[in-house]
Write a new protein. Sequence first.
Length: 149
Amino acid sequence: MKNRRDFLKTACKPIVLATLGIPIIEACSSDEEQAEMNTNTLGNNNTTQSNSPSELEINLDDDRFKDLKQIGGWVNFTSENILLVRISDDEIRVFDNACPHQGARNRWSFDGSNFTCSNHGNSYAASCSGSLKCYEATLDGNILTIDLS
């Protein structure tokens, strides 16, 4: 009886992880998601950390941010885990890109007023009073400064 107990204590956790862990991991990612993330990911070479580690500066002159030039344009900036949307000539709203439902970061679409996570079809308003975490952002010319604290 003692050998069986010792065996179950040492073998159960790895067996459970082996049988359930892989399907759980696979459910959270796929080749399709990776391909989609690559098309929405912008390089980090157009951003700089400012004096404060909780601030991020983005130069909107870079061609990869061209969608933010027009009102209603948006970018899922996965390397910094943020969604950016142009609201007006002088306002860009910035949100954490983690879906409040299950945390997906790379499956977003935008219809002009709502972000939709295609993992489960949940929609969230592009307002700072909605479910998505909203960051303070200031626009000075073509430099967007985001307070990530």
